[in-house]
Design a protein around this ligand. Structure first.
Ligand code: NAD
Length: 432
C-alpha cells in the first residue's frame, strides 16, 4: 500500500520508516527542503538509536523515499498521515496552523478516496476540523478521517513503535478500519491491543495519557521535596509505592521537572481545552505548577552546596531533556543554565548528542568536548541528564580537572554515601 507521511520530524520520520519496514511503500514529505535533501543524501537529521540503519535498509529496499512534493505524494497514496508539529501558543493552546495547512493541501491534491490520519497530538475536535476542511474544499472525492495518536518516546522511538502497548484508531466510519489494520498488520502477530473507537475518544486518549503521566512525575517530584524536608529517601518511598500493583513502578523517578516536546505542551493544551469548554482541569493545572516549582527549586540545590554563584564556574552534564535524544525542547537543563547565568555563574556544558541544538539557543555557554573537559576549572558539577556515559564517571579524573568537589546529581545516579566518602559535597533529589 502507498502511504504518504507529511512532516518528517521525530514522529514522522520514525513512523514512516517503521511503516516501510512493515512492508508499506512510504514517501515522507516535509516543507523543510534542507531536511529532505539531507535525508536523500542518507543523513539522518535527528539522533535516534537504531533509526539510521532502518532508514538505510528500507531505502535500499525501495520502500522509503523523501520528497518535498506533496502533490504527487498525495496523488499516489491511499493513506496520508499528518505528523507535523503542534506547538503551544502563548496562551497554552495547541497551534494547529500546520495541521490546517496540510489538510488544505490534501484537499487540493486529492484525486480519489483518501484516508487522512492524524498522527500529531491534537486537541479533541481537530479531527472534525480536518474533516470539514477536506469535505468543504473538495466535494469531488471521499475522505475518511482517522485519529491515530502516537505514544513513542524519543530515545527509544523505533523500539516503541515496533512494540507499542496499544494502537489507537479513532474513526467515524468503518471503511478505514480495515486499511489501518492492514498498515499495522505486523503488530497483530505480537498481539498488540487495537483500540478502535470514535475520533474524539482517540484524540482524548493521547491527552489523557500524557496528562496522567505528567501528574505522576509531578507527584513524585513533590514527594521528593517533602522527603528532603522530613529526612526520607524518595527511592525507598517510590519502591514502596510502586510495588503496589494499583500504582506501578514506572514514572516514579524524581528529577529536575519534566521537559521535552510533549508533556509541557500537552498538559497546557488539555488545560486550555478544558477552559475553553468552561471547565478547569484542576489536577493538570496543579501538575504544571508543581513542575514549574520543581524546575525553579533546582538552582537552590546548586547554591546550597556551591555557595553564592556570582563568579563561580559550574559544569552542566546533559542538555537534552532525556538521554538518547538530541531534543532540547523545554529541557530542564535550559532552565538551570539560565538560572545559573542569572546568578552570575559561568557555565560549561556538555551533551553527547544535543550540542548542535544547544549552541543555537544557549548564548554565553562554553561547550565542552566531554564530561572531563566540561569539569575543567569548575566549582561544581551538575548532572542534569542521565546519559549512560555519565553513570560511571571517574571521580579522580574529575578532581584533577575541577577547582571544587561538588556534585549536584539531579537524576540520583550516584550513591550519596559513596560520593561523600570520596570527599565530595553531594546533593541529589529527595534524598533526605
Ligand atoms: P518535529 O518538530 O520534530 O517535526 C515536525 C515536522 O513537520 C518538521 O520537520 C516540519 O518541517 C514539518 N512540517 C511543518 N509544516 C509542514 C507542512 N505544511 N508540510 C510538511 N511538513 C511540515 O515534531 P515531532 O516531535 O515529530 O512532533 C510531531 C507531532 O507528534 C506533534 O503533534 C507531537 O506532539 C506529536 N508527538 C511527538 C512525540 C515525540 O516524542 N516527539 C511523541 C508522540 C507524539
Amino acid at each position: 500500500m502507498n502511504i504518504c507521511m507529511v512532516g518528517t520530524g521525530y514522529v514522522g520520520l520514525v513512523t514512516g520508516t517503521c511503516l516501510a519496514d512493515f512492508g508499506m511503500n512510504v514517501v515522507c514529505v516535509d516543507v523543510d527542503e534542507k531536511k529532505i535533501e539531507a535525508l536523500q543524501r542518507g543523513h539522518i537529521p535527528i539522533y535516534e538509536p537504531g533509526l539510521e540503519e532502518l532508514v538505510a535498509r528500507n531505502e535500499r529496499a525501495g520502500r522509503l523515499s523523501f520528497s518535498t512534493d506533496l502533490k504527487s505524494a498525495v496523488e499516489s497514496s491511499v493513506a496520508i498521515f499528518i505528523a507535523v508539529g503542534t506547538p503551544a501558543l502563548p496562551d497554552g493552546s495547541a497551534d494547529l496552523t500546520y495541521v490546517r495547512q496540510v489538510a488544505e493541501s490534501i484537499a487540493e491534491h486529492a484525486n480519489g478516496y483518501k484516508v487522512v490520519v492524524t498522527k500529531s497530538t491534537v486537541p479533541t475536535g481537530t479531527g472534525r476540523m480536518v474533516e470539514e476542511i477536506l469535505k468543504g474544499r473538495n466535494g469531488r472525492h471521499e475522505f475518511s478521517v482517522v485519529s491515530n495518536p502516537e505514544f513513542l518516546r524519543e530515545g527509544s522511538a523505533v523500539a516503541d513503535f515496533l512494540r507499542p502497548d496499544r494502537v489507537v484508531i479513532g474513526t467515524r466510519d468503518e471503511r478505514p478500519v480495515a486499511i489501518m489494520k492492514e498498515i499495522y498488520s505486523p503488530l497483530y502477530l505480537i498481539e498488540t491491543p487495537f483500540i478502535v473507537t470514535d475520533v474524539e475518544s482517540a484524540e482524548m486518549i493521547k491527552y489523557a495519557s500524557n496528562g496522567f503521566l505528567s501528574v505522576k512525575i509531578s507527584f513524585i517530584n513533590e514527594i521528593a521535596s517533602l522527603c528532603e524536608l522530613v529526612g526520607a529517601d524518595v527511592h525507598a518511598v517510590a519502591r514502596g509505592m510502586g510495588l503496589d500493583k494499583r500504582i506501578g513502578p514506572k514514572f516514579l523517578h524524581p528529577g529536575p521537572g519534566f521537559g521535552g516536546s510533549c508533556f509541557p505542551k500537552d498538559t497546557q493544551a488539555v488545560a486550555d481545552l478544558a477552559r475553553r469548554l468552561g471547565e478547569r482541569f484542576e489536577i493538570i493545572e496543579a501538575a504544571i505548577l508543581a513542575n514549574e516549582k520543581t524546575k525553579a527549586r533546582m538552582i537552590g540545590k546548586i547554591e546550597k552546596i556551591a555557595g553564592p554563584l556570582e563568579g563561580k564556574t559550574v559544569g552542566v552534564l546533559g542538555i537534552s531533556f532525556k538521554p538518547a535524544t538530541d531534543d532540547i525542547r523545554e529541557s530542564a537543563s535550559l532552565r538551570i543554565i539560565g538560572d545559573l547565568q542569572e546568578r552570575g555563574a559561568k557555565v560549561r556544558a556538555f551533551d553527547p548528542a544535543a550540542m548542535e541544538n544547544a549552541r543555537n539557543v544557549l548564548p554565553g555557554v562554553t561547550f565542552a568536548r566531554d564530561a572531563y573537559d566540561c569539569a575543567a576549572g569548575c566549582d561544581a558539577l551538575v548532572l542534569a541528564t542521565e546519559w549512560n556515559e555519565f553513570r560511571a564517571l571517574d571521580f579522580g579524573r574529575l578532581e584533577k580537572a575541577m577547582k571544587g568537589r561538588a556534585l549536584v546529581d539531579l537524576r540520583n545516579v550516584y550513591d550519596p554515601e559513596e560520593v561523600r566518602a570520596l570527599g565530595w559535597a553531594y546533593a541529589g533529589v529527595g534524598r533526605g
